[in-house]
Every structure is written in C-alpha cells, then in structure tokens.
Design a protein around this ligand. Structure first.
Ligand SMILES: NC(=O)C1=CN([C@@H]2O[C@H](COP(=O)(O)OP(=O)(O)OC[C@H]3O[C@@H](n4cnc5c(N)ncnc54)[C@H](O)[C@@H]3O)[C@@H](O)[C@H]2O)C=CC1
Ligand SMILES: O=C(O)CCC(=O)C(=O)O
Length: 459
C-alpha cells in the first residue's frame, strides 16, 4: 500500500521519530539559502541559483508533502562532512601546480557513503555538495544499501599528461585516505574519470591498507571490476525510458526518436543500447560539436569514428549542427547526459520532446522543471534515471567482498530488476498522489533515508 502523503506521511513520521525531533527548531545558524532552496533575492530573479540551492529546492518541494519537523529538515539538507584539500603537482615541465579537490559526504544513514569523482574545470565545493546530496537520494530510490557522497578535482584533464594525471589521482587518495574505506566511503567514476583512474585509486589505497578491491568501484574488469559496470548507467537509462513508455501506453523503444547531449560514458552507451533496440538516435553532441541525421545515426559507426578521430561533428553519416541548437531538435525523448544546469528557464520553452530522461546529474533547473511540467513534458528524474550506475557499483562491491565474479548476464538481469522495481515505486506515488515523478522520487528517497536514520537513533 502506498503511503498517502501529507497527513498520512506526517503520521508515520511522528510514530517513527523520537520526541526530541518534534521540539522547537534546533538552535544554531542555518544558512537560509542552503536549507530552503532559493533566497528571496533569487526568487526575484536577481541572482542565479547555485547547484546546491537548486537541489535543495527539489528536496524542499518533496518535504512539503511529508511535513517533517524543521530540525529534521536541517539534518536531511546539509552534508555530514565536507573536505577541501589542495593538491600540489610537480608538472612535467618542472613547475609546481596546485589543484583544489573536494569530497563531500552527505548522508550515511542507509550504508557507507558512495559516489563518483569528477575531474572538471567547473568543479567547486557547491557543485560537489549538490552532487553528494543527489547520491543520497539516488541510492535510496534504487534501494541499495549505500549513503551519498561525491568528490571532484578542479582540473581539465586534457591539460595534463597521463603521468601527471596519475600522480594527481594518487595524491587525491593520499589526501582523502582518512575518510575513505571499504565500509566508509567508496568512490567511483564520474565525468572525465573511468576505469583507468579507478585502478590507480585501488592501487594507491591498497599500498597503505592492504588488498582492498572494495575501496572503489568502476575498476577495469580485469582488475576486480564488474562486467557490465561500464555500460550500466546508459543501460539503466534505457530501462528507465522503456518502463516510462510502457506505463504511459506509448509503446516501446523501437522507432522512437532520441536526442542525446553528451557522448561520453553515459551518452554513448545509452545511444548504443537504444540503437540495438531499434530506437532512432537523431542527434548527439559533445563538448566540441554536434551531429544529426533525421533517419537515425549509425551509432556503432559513430562511436568508432569518435574513437579514431576524436571529432564527433566530422562523422560522415550525419550533418553537422550547432551544439546550442541540440536541445530543441524535435524528438520523442531528450536525454541530457553531460553537465548540470543545461535546461533552464531560458530554453525550456524551446524543447520539442515528450520526455526528458535525465541521465546527467542535475541537468534541469527548478524554474525549467516548472515550465516543463506546465508544458506536459514528462521528466524522468536524475536520481532514478541514472541510478543504474551506482546500482552496478553496488554489484561490483558485493562481488569484491565475496571475491567472486558474476557473468554479464547476471549483472544485467540484476540491473534490470532494480531499475524496474524503483520505477514501480515512484510511478505508484506519482499516480496515486498526483505528484510529478521527480517529487515522487524524492519523497520515496526521503522516506527511506529518514526511516533508517530514525531507527538507528541519534546518540
Ligand atoms: N559515469 C557514470 O557512471 C555516471 C555518470 N552520471 C552523470 O552522467 C553525466 C555524464 O557523465 P559521464 O558520461 O560519465 O562523463 P564523460 O566524461 O564520460 O562524458 C561527458 C560527455 O559530456 C560532454 N560534454 C561536456 N560538456 C558538455 C556541454 N557543455 N555540452 C555538450 N556536451 C558536453 C563531453 O564532451 C563528453 O562527451 C554527468 O552528469 C555524470 O554526473 C550519472 C551517474 C553515473
Ligand atoms: O557508481 C557510483 O558509485 C556512483 C556514480 C555516480 O557518481 C553517480 O551516480 O552520480
């Protein structure tokens, strides 16, 4: 039976929460912006909302349906630990360069902190704080026994040699070692990191702590990684879209049209699997260009072309197009699979799709989300849509703890099951309580995290 929201959920919360939770609001200074979404100034449109304010806006919206006490809100909205370090690197040219790096541990009520590491020039503490929070809600929506964390280094990896990148990654592990651990905090890949970086992390941590394959996920398959992990986020995105199309009575993937922003790990695997299932991927972009073909791009050829030429737009099987026009290409499903904050109030009215499937983290701002709702465009939220990645990371971790290896078929079958079950849970809330899928996902996650936190107690 689904929990009815507002009154019903509040009743549940009161039963579960120690009396102290219901007292006066906790004393202390709460930064208003981080606890309640946008400030008044931002609501008047005078300043851009930060990533963490945007994430908190969505959480606060879901909390309105749960009516938890204010002091619990603070606990749920603010991270448990934020670590900022400076990494010094002796460059190949003999100069010393420094890089800012962060790890934010948002919540571990349901299990060890879990989340990726991003290497990107736009990484800052606020960005990582927002991504860490999303991880808490994502692991809860997927119902896997992890909490949420995220890390990042403010660096453009293209500016470094492979040797420099390896040293920087190892220095990051040295700096974060006190807060990492197989049962404490387990990193994974995110933008501009992959199996190569995870192998360095595994090796560096193992030097200090002994054989620890479970310290990091997304490792190479020949070095304690899991079969299926590399494709898992893209594959999970396709399962998510399949379930939504089915639930909305719109048929299946075959002959539907897709536009994908970002053609890295997530975007290119989603494209490949959609292609294999008969979907038409009509336009894709990356940070450097975009290419379109209204009849559908030959994705295997496009991937081979990109690997050989490092230039998506020069693919002969399509026409080059300005990447800034990509989001408004007509399609059934638009898949943002790159950076956050790309669908904004400035372009939300230009979208010409029926569904936005958020494979990226935080691609839609709260204002844009509102516009999409008004326009009747369904948004499959990030904390569900891209949850296949961390779910498969959980499978990798379990295999590492057992020193065992599952087949790719086993992994993909388990991935399908978690994606289907998570969809059913949020679809039920969405239809019964008539709330958007994003709100339903946050409500479900908040219920699960709160229940775990309360039953563990506060001592
Ligand atoms: N790798 C994973 O398992 C997971 C990744 N995600 C999210 O998916 C998104 C993509 O991650 P990955 O594919 O791993 O990263 P990646 O580094 O493999 O690929 C990123 C892609 O986005 C493109 N890109 C960057 N800026 C762009 C822009 N302004 N416009 C268009 N394209 C742009 C890059 O050129 C590249 O093609 C991120 O938001 C990440 O947080 C979410 C869950 C798991
Ligand atoms: O695989 C993981 O542990 C986390 C992946 C990630 O960073 C994400 O889901 O955003």
């Amino acid at each position: 039976m689904a929990l009815s929201l507002r009154k019903g959920a509040q009743g549940l919360a009161r039963q579960l929460l120690p009396a102290a939770c219901w007292g006066a609001q906790a004393a202390g200074t709460e930064a208003q912006h981080s606890l309640s979404g946008p400030s008044k100034q931002q609501q008047r449109g005078m300043a851009k909302m930060s990533h963490s304010e945007a994430t908190n806006t969505f959480i606060v919206e879901a909390l309105e349906h749960l009516e938890y006490p204010k002091r619990l809100r603070k606990l749920l909205l603010t991270p448990e630990r934020e670590v900022a370090v400076e990494l010094a690197l002796l460059r190949d040219n003999g100069e010393v360069a420094t890089f800012n790096a962060y790890r934010v541990q948002h919540d571990n009520s349901r299990g060890p902190y879990k989340g990726g590491l991003r290497f990107h020039p736009q990484v800052d503490l606020d960005d990582v704080r927002s991504l860490a929070s999303l991880m808490t809600w994502k692991t809860a929506v997927m119902d896997i026994p992890f909490g949420g964390a995220k890390g990042g280094v403010t660096v453009d990896p293209k500016d470094l040699s492979e040797r420099e990148l390896e040293i920087l990654t190892r220095k990051l592990v040295q700096a974060l070692r006190p807060i990492l651990g197989t049962y404490e905090d387990i990193p994974a890949p995110d933008m501009n990191t992959g199996a190569r970086e995870m192998a360095w992390i595994f090796d560096e941590y193992t030097k200090f702590s002994g054989f620890s394959p479970g310290i990091v996920t997304g490792k190479p398959v020949w070095l304690h990684g899991s079969l299926g992990r590399e494709a898992a986020t893209g594959r999970g995105t396709v399962f998510a879209i399949r379930e939504l199309l089915k639930a909305q009575g719109l048929g299946d993937i075959r002959n539907k049209s897709f536009v994908i922003q970002g053609f890295g790990n997530v975007g290119s695997w989603a494209a490949q699997i959609l292609y294999e299932q008969g979907g038409r991927v009509v336009a894709v972009s990356d940070a450097y260009g975009a290419v379109a073909n209204e009849h559908g791009l030959e994705i295997p050829e496009l991937r081979a072309h990109l690997a050989a030429n490092h230039n998506l737009a020069s693919f002969p099987g399509g026409v080059v197009m300005p990447p800034e026009n990509l989001l408004s290409v007509p399609c059934d499903v638009l898949i943002p699979a790159a950076i956050g904050g790309v669908i904004t109030e400035d372009n939300a009215n230009d979208l010409q799709c029926k569904i936005v499937a958020e494979a990226a983290n935080g691609p839609t701002t709260p204002d844009a989300d509102h516009i999409l709702r008004q326009r009747g465009i369904t948004v499959l939220p990030d904390i569900y849509t891209n949850g296949g990645g961390v779910s498969c990371s959980f499978f990798e971790w379990v295999q590492n703890l057992q020193n065992f290896k599952w087949t790719e078929e086993e992994v993909n079958a388990k991935l399908e099951r978690v994606m289907v079950e998570a969809f059913q849970a949020i679809w039920e809330l969405h239809t019964e309580d008539k709330i958007p899928l994003r709100t339903a996902a946050f409500v479900k996650a908040l219920q699960r995290v709160t229940r775990a936190r309360v039953h563990r107690g506060f001592d």
